[in-house]
Ligand binder design. Structure first.
Ligand SMILES: NC(=O)c1ccc[n+]([C@@H]2O[C@H](COP(=O)([O-])OP(=O)(O)OC[C@H]3O[C@@H](n4cnc5c(N)ncnc54)[C@H](OP(=O)(O)O)[C@@H]3O)[C@@H](O)[C@H]2O)c1
Length: 179
């Protein structure tokens, strides 16, 4: 099973404020949908509560919580491990946040689908963990953000290295971001 993380991060790794997203871009939403539809998404209870219309359609929603609660159209897991065990038969699962869940799953994830926003917000209270050791294998620049795909440092072996065309021109882009 591939454990994918999908997240939109600002320059300072901020991802949320008062249990809401910081940014909303149509293209980013479309990318999120096309990557996750048909797969299982795993989220923390607070992220679930931030969704305007509850469970996301056309995907299996798993909500991680320590509470004994039921949530419409969602499966409940009481630990990250339990959530992943519910996905035993699946090829791809997507961790969709928030910060607490990202922190616990980054060490075991296989791929990071990042939207790197070319901005630093004035206010934020939740942050993505440090991913500076991860390697960019694909990067696509847009007006207000980069779409990036990254793999963990341990994946950079001779057999799993991306082709040079995959990484050509890919860098964290900090020198140009915000300019
Ligand atoms: N930018 C993005 O891409 C993005 C994506 C998603 C979310 N966000 C933002 O992130 C923020 C929410 O993140 P957050 O860190 O506050 O909350 P969160 O990670 O969404 O949820 C935290 C909750 O998950 C449950 N939980 C966490 N670890 C657990 C474990 N090991 N076992 C069982 N349950 C566990 C607990 O629920 P209980 O309290 O019910 O036990 C905990 O309170 C919001 O601002 C949201 O908008 C941003």
């Amino acid at each position: 099973m591939n454990i994918n993380i999908i997240v939109a991060v600002a320059q300072n790794r901020a991802i949320g404020y008062r249990n809401q997203l910081l940014y909303s871009y149509h293209e980013d939403l479309q990318r999120f949908k096309s990557l996750t539809i048909g797969h299982t998404i795993i989220m923390g209870r607070k992220t679930y509560q931030s969704l305007p219309n509850g469970a996301l359609p056309n995907r299996r929603n798993i909500v991680v919580t320590r509470q004994s609660i039921q949530i419409p159209n969602c499966d409940i897991a009481h630990s990250i491990q339990e959530a992943l065990e519910l996905c035993n038969n699946e090829d791809e699962v997507f961790i969709i946040g928030g910060a607490e869940i990202y922190r616990q799953t980054l060490p075991i994830a296989n791929r990071l689908y990042l939207t790197l926003i070319k901005d630093t917000p004035n206010k934020a209270d939740t942050y993505f963990p440090d991913y500076s050791q991860w390697k960019i294998v694909h990067q696509e620049e847009h007006d207000f953000f980069y779409f990036e795909e990254l793999i963990p440092p341990k994946s950079m072996t001779s057999t799993s290295s991306p082709s040079s065309s995959d990484i050509s021109g890919a860098s964290r882009g900090n020198s140009t971001i915000g300019s």
